[in-house]
Design a protein around this ligand. Structure first.
Ligand code: SF4
Ligand code: SF4
Ligand code: SF4
Length: 437
């Protein structure tokens, strides 16, 4: 949109971060209010209070003074943006920590798990997807087989949606039933360091140059479809494209950017509900929903489904984003996340649990094997069911019942074979799969 193009005034992510850091250094009064509202386990070591951490952040940015607390805060960040929302000086604190990460990246001082992800990645959405679905089930263009043509609505699935068929397939069913003119494309790598991705991994590692490059690649592919609007299925992709890409002048965003929930809510008259769901659902917003400011959109959308009573929970982090840098943090936060949520769903006598993020659902789902008095369902799955559509199974649940890696390989053999993967290639995905257990 022209108005967005006029607001795009930074040549690169680094320039955007620099502006946010300058504003911070100029206005921060070290009150610590931002970090008092941070959902991550308090990095308050000894007498290091939130205000002190912000003072240390300023000293790091001004004089390069190293600080363990600032490092942990920056790389352990979920990117939820609560700090930015809490600052009375209007400082965009979440982006200040982005600047901190980029400085550490330049020094080569990034957490080992991120280094390993960059040099020997175990995460490849293409192969993980091949463990869960057959090629015939994919109704989108893959990153490696794009054939552009004109469309009004370009639906970008991002990378993680590729291995959550119970989210993605009902979403596409809904769009088809609404008779929307759309083309869906999936994300994921094409070659090392390149592919269709919003750049989230580079944003997290502080690699601002690769973020810029990835963003350019993604937008140039989008533009080949000449879309009126791009609809993002992942709230994190939406956040980056809507908040950050629009500020980057070289990207020249000239299409509307919509989050999937926003698109459905604005076109709710086209959702032809055929039955009443007659269920009570507990809706858990994610850090991605918070950072993109779409948790209320999803809540309202759920409220439109006939026969559905909705209880909205407080935002809670599963630990999935900090897991990229500190897997040990995830190991500590995920049991708390699972137990807290289970208690809340049961206390509220809900039949269903739904999440605003596919990765949070993945983090929770191993707990369902314990036998809970409720089930988990994607928001798209609930809407599709109310529209009389097909119900898709959550294939991850089969993995959590497996007692060994060999059993997982047997359960997924029909899928990876259909995708032309060898057993050896399939086994390479197990590190990622089991990291969610
Ligand atoms: S709330 Fe704002 S002013 Fe207070 S410490 Fe945080 S960034 Fe500084
Ligand atoms: S964005 Fe990061 S630092 Fe800010 S509140 Fe969320 S987790 Fe904490
Ligand atoms: S936000 Fe996550 S799911 Fe979306 S493209 Fe980026 S890395 Fe992939």
């Amino acid at each position: 949109m022209l108005s967005d193009m006029l607001r795009a005034n930074y040549p690169s992510l680094e320039d955007f971060f620099n502006a946010k850091a300058m504003e911070f250094l100029d206005k921060c009064v070290s009150c610590g209010e931002c970090l008092r509202n941070c959902p991550m386990p308090p990095v308050v070591l000894g007498d290091v209070t939130p205000g002190k951490i912000m003072e240390k952040t300023a000293r790091f940015l001004k004089y390069g003074e190293d600080s363990k607390e600032v490092y942990l805060k920056a790389f352990g960040c979920t990117l939820c943006g609560e700090c930015s929302r809490s600052c009375l000086q209007g400082i965009d604190v979440v982006e200040v920590f982005g600047k901190v990460r980029s400085e550490y990246f330049k020094r080569g001082e990034i957490p080992d798990a991120i280094k390993q992800r960059e040099t020997a990645p175990t995460y490849n959405p293409r192969t993980i997807s091949a463990m869960l679905m057959k090629p015939s089930e994919r109704r989108w263009m893959d990153a490696w087989s794009i054939k552009p043509s004109q469309t009004e609505n370009l639906v970008f699935l991002g990378c993680t949606l590729l291995f959550h068929p119970h989210f993605t397939l009902p979403w596409l069913d809904i769009l088809e039933n609404m008779k929307v003119d759309f083309i869906a494309i999936g994300g994921g790598p094409i070659e090392k360091g390149r592919g269709l991705c919003c750049g989230f991994p580079y944003y997290l590692s502080g690699n601002t140059k690769m973020f810029d490059k990835t963003a350019e690649d993604l937008i140039s592919i989008f533009k080949r479809f000449n879309p009126k609007r791009v609809i993002l299925t992942c709230s994190a992709c939406y956040h980056f494209i809507n908040k950050i890409y629009k500020k980057l002048e070289p990207l020249k965003i000239d299409f509307e950017v919509k989050y999937c929930g926003q698109f459905l809510l604005e076109n709710v008259d086209k959702l032809e509900f055929k039955k009443s769901v007659n269920k009570k659902v507990y809706f858990q917003p994610s850090c991605g929903n918070r950072k993109a400011n779409v948790d209320d959109v999803l809540h309202k959308l759920l409220g439109k489904i006939p026969g559905l009573t909705v209880i909205k929970g407080p935002y809670l982090c599963c630990g999935g984003t900090p897991k990229v840098a500190f897997p040990e943090v995830f190991a500590k936060t995920v049991p708390v996340f699972r137990e807290f949520l289970t208690k809340r769903v049961i206390e509220n006598e809900c039949d269903l649990l739904t999440m605003g993020c596919q990765q949070c659902a993945l983090a929770f789902s191993p707990y369902l094997v314990e036998g809970q008095p409720f089930t988990i369902e994607s928001i798209f799955g609930i809407i599709n069911e109310a529209m009389g559509g097909k119900k898709y199974e959550n294939r991850w649940l089969k993995y959590w019942k497996c007692k060994s890696e060999d059993e997982i390989i047997e359960v997924s053999r029909e899928y990876f074979k259909a995708n032309g993967l060898t057993e050896e290639e399939a086994r390479k995905t197990l590190a990622y799969i089991l990291s969610w257990r």
